[in-house]
Design a protein around this ligand. Structure first.
Ligand code: MN
Ligand code: MG
Length: 652
């Protein structure tokens, strides 16, 4: 792949430092520009690749045309061929997110000689710079530092500092790039970069980051660093590992790209983290957002999906005049997909890049061998087709394993007298498409099945909560559901817009009823809605009502325990045990030790009946229909969009 821009180039036959030409005082240029030049500069973005080098679904062991840097690489080559000047950036969430990432993080698998396969693959593409995503911190700082040594491109991170005030990585970068204008003339552009990550890393990865780094607010960091870049640079670009939200700003937001756009002096924003596509309908209707043109408060911005689904493009048309120097005159933004849907099928729009595939081949093959290792067997089917509708085998198995692991640890501690509960949520329950469900048949279980059931590299934690907090925890979970009007005869949508299955905890050891006629006490971010109403009713432990002053222990994962999802009863004050073991490894040990498991669900929760039957519509997979033999209350309503099938649950 040719690099359109070179780091240093001879200008006019003489090596001239960029600073001499464009040091912010353009009147000193040796040859003043006679006519105002126009430069077209294309910014290319990948984001949230999450170790998807291959177009491969590790959980179902099959080709997946919706993912993979190997396919994005072909889009990158095409986009470069169609531009005179281009730059390529990655926006973070690189080293974690699929079994290849987990395999590399196992002790002894990353060698300094071979390096990290994701960065080897990225090195083939000639990235100009990258920033860190929140998931870069999941395996700890030492692993991150070792893995990054493989990258032959620079990193920038402007809002993560070490306690002594030094930044973890360069807080700004300046790239001098020679560009060609519309008439063939050469100019050196001085391009300033900032990199920003969700400050919530301090919550989500508290155990490995507390005391070692401090993350600060995205907008505050930009206000600190942009003015200095602006004084010396022709353009300032923000690599922002954060999504887009338009709620009134209070500070510290996870999705802060829209607020960032208000910081003066930023010419373009690369966004990510939210795993959505921008421009496009995902963010239509938000105040300050032009979801058609791709702009946040007028600043060009893009978000390229996730796992390599899209390449982000921002085409800048730059003008130059004495007063303003180089400036953006016009822009066009696009998120270019690697596939299109035809019903359920994902049709590839581009071929794989062979060099990218080649770069990660040994570790990819080793990961496949690792995933084929037998673990045990199950007497029942384990799937997540109905995990959000009631009690199921998938969450039962996770909770059984967590209780099995935590019970002896708790029994040895000062809270041995408290009841031990277990919380689990389904990670793969249709959120990423009709294929994104766990589907394990009765019979042998291998590592692939366990990885499918527990995708995240979380560690086991135990928190102590009051009865009142426990009740609110469950209310927070119920943000998943839309409010149902029992008086409406037609089918009503069961799930709230943008509902996230991983924020719906089922807590084993309790029984409770969920009343969907009531409004939600919490929104999808975990913020209280202000209502006095309650959805959770008849909350009991061993047939006895839970009282506010009761105390409980809940075994969960580090994400939830440290405050992920903003559940009441979580956070550092509540954590009584942080185990070193991954929840997934605990599952493996539980299944291996049992040899055969039978995770038949207890009746934990159910929807409260309405006065008359109400049909609750939800999107499932075509395969959901295979698991309805004992569910006369669920019927197929028709086709959904994007390959989903619409089902109706009758609550009567
Ligand atoms: Mn991500
Ligand atoms: Mg992220």
């Amino acid at each position: 792949m040719t690099r359109r821009l070179t780091r240093r180039r001879m200008v006019g036959g003489t090596a001239v430092s960029a600073a001499a030409i464009l040091g912010g005082r353009r009147e000193t240029e040796a040859e003043p520009l006679k006519e105002s030049p126009v430069v077209r500069l294309r910014l290319l973005e990948t984001s949230d690749l999450h170790m998807f080098v291959y177009d491969y679904d590790y959980y179902n062991a099959r080709q997946d045309n919706t993912v993979g840097l190997a396919k994005v690489a072909t889009l990158i080559a095409e986009a470069r061929a169609g531009a005179v000047n281009s730059l390529l950036f990655d926006n973070g969430d690189i080293i974690q997110g699929n079994p290849l990432g987990d395999y590399m993080a196992l002790a002894g698998h990353l060698s300094d000689a071979d390096g990290h396969p994701m960065f080897r693959a990225m090195n083939r593409l000639g990235y100009d710079a990258a920033t860190l995503g929140n998931h870069e911190f999941n395996y700890g700082l030492d692993f991150l530092r070792r893995a990054m040594r493989t990258a032959r491109f620079p990193f920038v991170c402007s809002n993560v500092d070490t306690p002594d005030g030094a930044s973890l990585l360069p807080s700004t970068l300046v790239l001098d790039r020679v560009v060609t204008d519309e008439r063939g003339g050469s100019h050196t552009l001085r391009i300033g970069l900032i990199g920003l990550v969700t400050p919530q890393i301090m919550v989500w990865d508290r155990a490995s980051l507390a005391g070692r780094v401090v993350a600060t607010d995205i907008v505050e960091a930009a206000l600190r660093h942009v003015p200095a870049l602006r004084r010396t640079c022709d353009l300032v670009i923000a690599l922002c590992h954060s999504g887009i939200a338009d709620a009134p700003r209070i500070g510290g937001e996870e999705n802060a790209a829209l607020y960032l756009a208000r910081v003066p002096g930023i010419d373009a924003i690369l966004t990510g983290h939210a795993h959505r596509v921008f421009p496009g309908p995902d963010y239509a209707g938000l105040t300050g957002v032009d979801a058609v043109r791709g702009a946040l408060h007028g600043v060009p911005a893009v978000m390229p999906g996730f796992w390599g689904s899209h390449l982000g493009l921002i085409d800048l048309t730059l003008g130059h005049d004495a007063a303003r120097g180089w400036h953006v005159r016009d822009f066009a933004v696009e998120a270019r997909p690697i596939y299109r849907r035809e019903g359920r099928d994902a049709i590839a729009l581009v071929a794989d890049s062979a060099p990218v595939i080649e770069a990660a081949r040994p570790e990819h093959a080793a990961t496949l061998r690792w995933m084929n290792q037998p673990v045990g067997s199950s007497t029942v089917a384990i799937n997540t087709y109905l995990s959000l509708l009631g009690n199921d085998a998938a969450l039962t198995l996770v909770n059984q394993a967590q209780l099995w692991y935590a019970a002896p640890l708790v029994a040895a501690g000062r809270y041995a007298h408290l009841p031990l509960l277990s919380a689990a949520s389904p990670f793969k329950a249709g959120g990423a498409g009709p294929d994104s469900f766990v589907d394990i048949k009765p019979g042998p279980l291998d590592m692939r099945d366990i990885a499918s059931l527990y995708m995240f590299a979380n560690t086991v934690c135990v928190v102590k909560v009051s009865g009142a907090e426990l009740r609110e925890w469950l209310e927070r979970s119920c943000a998943l559901f839309a409010r149902i009007d029992p008086a409406v005869g037609a089918a009503q949508r069961l799930f709230a817009p943008r509902a996230a299955s991983y924020q719906f905890d089922t807590i084993a050891g309790l029984t409770y009823e969920i009343d969907l006629s009531q409004p939600a006490r919490y929104d999808g971010d975990g913020k209280p809605t202000g209502t006095q109403a309650r959805r959770v009713a008849r909350l009991q432990r061993d047939g006895r009502d839970v009282r506010d002053a009761d105390e409980f222990l809940i075994v969960t994962n580090n994400y939830r325990a440290s405050g992920g999802g903003a559940f009441p009863g979580t956070g550092g004050d509540h954590v009584v045990l942080s185990a070193p073991d991954l929840n997934r490894d605990v599952l493996v040990r539980y299944v291996t030790g049992s040899r055969s498991v039978s995770p038949v669900p207890d009746r934990i929760w159910w929807f409260r009946r309405f006065a008359a039957p109400v049909v609750l519509a939800f999107d499932g997979a075509p395969e959901t229909a295979n698991h309805l033999s004992n569910r006369p209350d669920i019927a197929r309503l028709g086709d959904g969009t994007g390959g989903y099938v619409r089902y109706g649950l009758t609550v009567a």
